[in-house]
Design a protein around this ligand. Sequence first.
Ligand SMILES: C[S@@+](CC[C@H](N)C(=O)[O-])C[C@H]1O[C@@H](n2cnc3c(N)ncnc32)[C@H](O)[C@@H]1O
Length: 456
Amino acid sequence: MCHILPHVLNCGEYCSCARLQQLFATYERRPRAIAVDFRKETSRRIDRARHYLHSYPAKLLAEIPNFFLSNTVLSRPGELVLDPFCGTGTVLLEAARHGRKCIGADSNPLARLIARVKLNTVRECEVRSAIQNIRRVAPTIMPKRFADVVNIDYWYHPHVKKQLQQIATVIDRMPASAVKDYVRVCFSQCARDVSKADPRLSVPVVLRNDQYPVRHPLADRTKRRIARLRRINVLNKFCGVVEENLRCVTEPIAGKRRANLTLISNAAQISTGLEPGSVQLVITSPPYLGAQKYIRASSLSLGWLGLCRADQLKALERKSIGREHFPKDTCAVLPAIGIAAADRRVADTARQNPVRAKIANAYLTEMKGVIQQLAKVLSARGYLVLIVGNNHLCGKSFPTEHYLRRIAESEGFVTRLRLVDTIRSRGLMTKRNKTANVISREWVLVLQKSSRSKTK
Ligand SMILES: C[S@@+](CC[C@H](N)C(=O)[O-])C[C@H]1O[C@@H](n2cnc3c(N)ncnc32)[C@H](O)[C@@H]1O
């Protein structure tokens, strides 16, 4: 435990340790959610360039893990931090920057690739030589076959598709290395940028000339973008993306210790690769109930990078917690979650809309499975920080925060703190359908594994 107390701090220096202890004490006296603005709770500079290496839906605000990792209240340098839904590695990067060892899981192979690249450092001269080679060789390639990208001709102009394939072919021939991974991530971002998809939406939707009324501030920009795509030089665009990001991946990660990053593909299997009690701290923002379509949002990149064939996208989506598609004949199967309020909510929904009831039931059941896994791998009195957003289901509120907290408590966790922050921008939030809302408040739950945990 850090022993810096507020009165020891001079010139108003910010100490997240004292602040966190103060929040714990306030919550202990009065266990009500405390409003905070994490953008103002940060003591150390955030490496934004690295965090923003590649777009991704519902990225976590880096200030949140930064706040919990920039002191020794929940974990110390050298200890192991886990994010079982690591996405592009926001928590992992903050953990590494604060001298922690880290491990992550994500079912989306694109997310795992981005996370790996963000946690690595590459040598500038090696990237430059790879780019020179791509510049020289790509234009000479005559593509005979194209990457298995879903509806490729719908998303790309013919000359764009051809140039992307030329670049992809040269990258594929590179030997496996950190440089190749970096170049692939830049290529993925470029493939999305030069597609006809609306850049403001996470899930690909074709941008139309009449998308906005004539006087709308985005009307002209949209028309210009559509016109530009018809004559874009993809190779130049790709080299530009590589160049733009180069500085952030060539600089060493301050604070990072030498350790290989382990990434696995399923949060539900986290305890198979980890010793019981080996993790000191879990920080994670789990998927929302049906609010984000991570696989659809990544479908173009998954195809171009050969990470998932078009006909395998549905199978990959079936591994995502929070998914929306279930075979009709499974909708009547609603196993009890064991939290009375949640079971009642599912049963009420089933009378109105059996499919939505199944979506909610599967979400909570699978999240319960992951929380059980986390209880196994966490050390005695280790902490779990859950960042969640409440949602709507069939027009009524669905308090995910409450349900997940109750599930965790039923697995032996004790709630030590509840914070609430207002999301101003959480990267391309999408409204799922007319029965859902856009999540606008972020709940941060700090739970501690208690001595009566079932997996003590
Ligand atoms: C809210 S996002 C996490 C975003 C991440 N914190 C970031 O900043 O990039 C939730 C993630 O959970 C992943 N996910 C969904 N189901 C999963 C599962 N069964 N196992 C592991 N990851 C899963 C999704 O692919 C998505 O990347």
